[in-house]
Design a protein around this ligand. Structure first.
Ligand code: DAH
Length: 340
């Protein structure tokens, strides 16, 4: 009687274990069958009331049933755990063989783009590309360029003076001096670079900007040669034929000195806001190298002469790309930079 009840409990439990659809259902079966107040426990209690010889065989039978049920619970529980892990792994699956996205790729700054173009052009015309220090001596920035001690450019208003008498170069012209010192005549060189002036910053003024200096020293260099090179340069930068004009301009290191204007590329000379209705846009300073400048750097002005020019690279980039505020260029703002 007892034996068949145990049998029945066992097979019922095994069935329910097999049919359980979740760990929670399984737990209910466990509590019901082998829990502390479960069905099996009742059998144990009842067995205590039986005669000793019956007790023994029933005890064995009960223990066997208990072990069987517990083993079935264990293995079903393990199945649920495996399934749970499996579906988590499916959900969180990561393809480690996919290529990584990699770093974001940058690109050259608009001023660098213009600078490289000009370097390439002048290199093709036989010019060396020279570099000079941004921290300059007073001698290279001023004295050797025939800029007298009382010239307003030396004023603290314009120049960032450093302790000890050096300064942040106010133009790229000192690299002319270094070029003459190092290479001597005949000389063809350009020097692009960063320059500094003590300006209050607004849409068209920056304390830090870029220039490109050029110098050619040879025998019998003329203003016609100067104009030829300037036109070649501007035609390359603006990618079309440009009309230029020279006006007299004063720079202590050239004589005669000129301001070179380009006929406005936007209106073609008829007048617009960009050229302030004049039809012309001021582009660069230039001239024939002053004999004092040659002499100071050990070049005989009776044998050699040359031209020099200084171009605002920042200004040129602004014209080329139609940038209306100089402050964008050094803002580091990606919304601006990513357009180039
Ligand atoms: N250094 C001058 C400036 O910063 C520009 C300049 C003018 C350079 C005439 C030259 C030159 O070489 O010949 O305004």
């Amino acid at each position: 009687m007892l034996a068949s009840s145990i049998e029945e409990l066992e097979s019922r439990s095994l069935e329910r274990i097999a049919a359980a659809r979740s760990a929670e259902e399984l737990e209910t079966v466990r509590v019901d069958a082998v829990g502390r107040k479960g069905r099996l426990d009742q059998f144990f209690k009842e067995m205590g009331k039986r005669a000793p010889e019956e007790r023994k065989s029933a005890g064995q039978r009960l223990n066997a049933a208990k072990q069987k049920i517990e083993a079935a619970l264990e293995s079903r529980k393990a199945e649920f755990a495996r399934a749970a892990l499996g579906s988590r792994l499916d959900a969180e699956w990561l393809d480690l063989t996919l290529p990584a996205p990699g770093p974001r790729r940058g690109h050259a700054h608009p001023i660098t783009l213009i600078q490289r173009e000009l370097e390439e052009l002048f290199a093709s015309l036989g010019f060396a590309v020279l570099d000079g220090p941004e921290v300059e001596t007073e001698y290279h920035n001023f004295d050797a360029l025939n800029i007298p001690a009382d010239h307003p450019a030396r004023d603290a208003q314009d120049t960032f003076w450093l302790e000890g008498g050096n300064l942040l170069r106010t133009h790229t012209s000192p690299v002319q001096v270094r070029g003459m010192e190092r290479l001597g005549p005949p000389l063809r060189m350009i020097a692009p670079g960063r320059t500094f002036r003590n300006e209050s910053v607004d849409a068209s003024h920056e304390h830090t900007f870029y220039q490109l200096e050029g110098m050619m020293i040879d025998r019998q260099v003329s203003v016609a040669n100067l104009i030829h090179f300037m036109k070649a340069m501007l035609t390359a930068v603006f990618r079309r034929e440009v009309t230029v004009r020279l006006r007299p301009g004063f720079f202590p290191f050239v004589e005669p000195g000129f301001e070179l204007d380009v006929q406005c590329l936007l209106c073609g000379g008829s007048g617009c806001p960009v050229c302030k209705q004049s039809g012309w846009v001021e582009q660069l300073g230039c001239g024939l190298v002053h004999p004092n400048v040659l002499r100071t750097s050990g070049i005989d002005p009776d044998e050699w002469n040359g031209f020099a020019f200084g171009l605002g690279l920042t200004r040129l980039a602004m014209m080329r790309y139609g940038i209306d505020d100089i402050r964008w260029l050094q803002s580091g703002d990606l919304r601006f930079l990513e357009q180039f």
